[in-house]
Design a protein around this ligand. Structure first.
Ligand code: NAP
Length: 483
């Protein structure tokens, strides 16, 4: 089966070659995707540009109605979409069902949110002036999304809020999760969304994604992905509005007065969700040396519950990682740590797996500052323990990684934890909760100037990022003018 692009309300095979979609679950070919070219992007952007007035001129209530239709269509196909998501991505079916439910929720919530975002009247010094600030769409929005939450992140961060704000969108998803993106567009096709408002171009990032970034008629780009690609996009986008949601590397900090059992339970529950392929995942745990042994033991007791296996089995906690690159990065980071003196605590079960993408959950102790596990993003199923002795060393460790996305602090002294959280220059900080806890209405994003990008996504924050303020100033004249 060929999973097609959707441009101007029609299904396209594109102008390029085709590529097999290979499942990480068992190596099976589950279909083909077209590899779109700059010409396909041009077609989609021009369609979006020609239709953008249709959504811009809708009332927010009309937009909300259409967003609800998309949500209904997604909910109706929840099982079908989740099965394809698991097959194409590798995540457990239980998580895939959750991701599809979140996708539907994203459209409902954006529809709700936009209805209650009032415009402003700005007070003026001159009593004969009236200044009104209206929120208006940015125009044609280019969206480039990653493979880790192919539907959830694209919808929550960009597509749902972008449509709510009145933009026309051209979406280039990660090549390796384009089949499920194409199936999602069947839900959109069923609704009253006018043709050309939401377009899907399937193709490789450096080809189709790049063509979208540089196209003269895209006015804004929303990108979620790696820091390296984010930097390329930033330099290619020129003066366009760019929202960059990039990588992360924790940290999670466990103070000497933390509830160790609670911290261990939270981290084991959270670190292996989506096989650790989450930008806000635990990545590295900085533990005070006085409690590190007990903490490591508590993690080890719990890791046995992380069942790796067939993602279609509902009792499986972790399926395969998405691609060979991720499996290699985990192996490389562990090897680097072991060569430099770290100790792998977890045992491998020695089972034979259908593909090389089945990576067992790993706990590594005695990780130090210079190791890749501390400085780089691993993006896999791993909990590295870095022991620190005092506050100075803790700060040095925090600063030894360039990422500033999400972090977590565990302490029984919540005032102390709050004060420390306030001093951390991260996009968001969790207290007594794992760093990847998130609800779709909570603003998420990196600290400007760091490797984690800038801008905020989630709920109202996304709508604000995907729109801009237009101010109209009216001058009273004649008999309406006050002297
Ligand atoms: P990636 O390699 O940067 O790819 C992301 C997207 O960019 C893909 O669609 C990719 O296309 C495309 N792309 C690649 N090169 C491009 C170029 N030159 N121009 C335009 N587009 C280009 O990242 P990934 O491996 O898919 O995703 C994992 C990364 O995303 C991690 O670093 C993770 O932390 C980050 N992430 C961040 C957040 C957040 O909210 N901050 C959320 C999720 C993930 P192809 O698929 O064809 O390569």
């Amino acid at each position: 089966m060929l999973y097609k692009m959707y441009i101007n309300g029609e299904w396209h095979k594109g102008n390029g070659e085709e590529q097999n979609v290979v499942s990480p679950v068992n190596g099976e070919v589950i279909g083909q995707i077209p590899l779109g070219t700059a010409e396909d992007v041009d077609l989609a952007v021009k369609a979006a540009d020609a239709s953008k007035h249709l959504i811009e001129n809708m009332t927010v209530f009309e937009r909300a109605e259409i967003l609800n239709q998309i949500a209904d269509a997604v909910s109706k196909r929840q099982q079908e979409l989740a099965e394809l998501l698991t097959r194409e991505h590798g995540k457990p079916i239980t998580e895939a069902l959750g991701e599809v439910a979140t996708t539907a929720q994203a459209f409902r919530e954006a529809g709700e949110q936009i209805k209650w975002m009032n415009s402003e009247i700005i007070p003026t010094r001159d009593k004969n002036k009236r200044a009104f600030a209206y929120r208006r769409p940015k125009g044609v929005y280019g969206v480039i999304s990653p493979w880790n939450f192919p539907l959830g992140s694209a919808s929550t961060y960009y597509i749902a809020p972008g449509l709510a704000a009145g933009n026309a969108i051209v979406w280039v998803p990660a090549t390796s999760t384009s089949a499920v993106a194409s199936e999602f567009m069947k839900c959109v096709e069923e609704t009253d969304l006018p043709k050309g408002i939401l377009n899907l171009v399937i193709g490789r990032g450096p080809v189709a994604g790049d063509a979208l970034v540089v196209h003269e008629r895209t006015s804004a780009i929303g990108f979620t992905g790696s820091t390296k690609t984010g930097e390329i996009i930033h330099s290619r986008a020129g003066a366009k509005s760019v929202l960059l949601e990039l990588g992360g590397n924790g940290p999670t900090i466990v103070f000497e007065d933390a509830d160790i059992e609670h911290a261990a339970t939270s981290l084991v529950d959270a670190s292996f969700v989506n096989a650790g392929q989450i930008c806000t995942s635990t990545e590295r745990v900085l533990v005070h040396e006085s409690v590190a042994d007990g903490f490591a033991e508590a993690l080890m007791e719990r890791i046995e519950n992380i069942k790796l296996g067939d993602p279609f089995d509902e009792t499986t906690v972790m399926g395969p990682v998405h691609n060979a690159n991720t499996a290699e990065t985990v192996a490389d980071h562990v090897k680097d740590a072991v060569i430099k003196g770290a100790k792998v605590l977890s045992k491998t079960c020695g089972q034979e797996w259908p593909t090389e993408m089945y990576v067992e959950p790993v706990i590594v102790d005695y990780v130090t500052k210079e190791m890749k596990l501390n400085t780089e993003e691993t993006f896999g199923p791993i909990i590295p323990i870095v022991r620190y002795k005092d506050k100075d060393e803790l700060i040095e460790l925090i600063e030894s990684s360039p990422y500033r996305l999400s972090s977590a602090v565990f302490s029984r002294n919540t005032e102390k934890a709050l004060k420390f959280a306030e001093s951390l220059k991260f996009g968001f900080v969790h207290i007594n909760e794992a760093s990847n806890y998130w609800e779709t209405q909570i603003p998420a994003g990196g600290t400007a100037g760091s490797a984690s990008g800038y801008g905020r996504s989630g709920g109202r924050a996304s709508i604000e990022e995907m729109s801009e303020v237009c101010t109209v100033i009216l001058s009273m004249t004649g008999e309406n003018k006050d002297e």
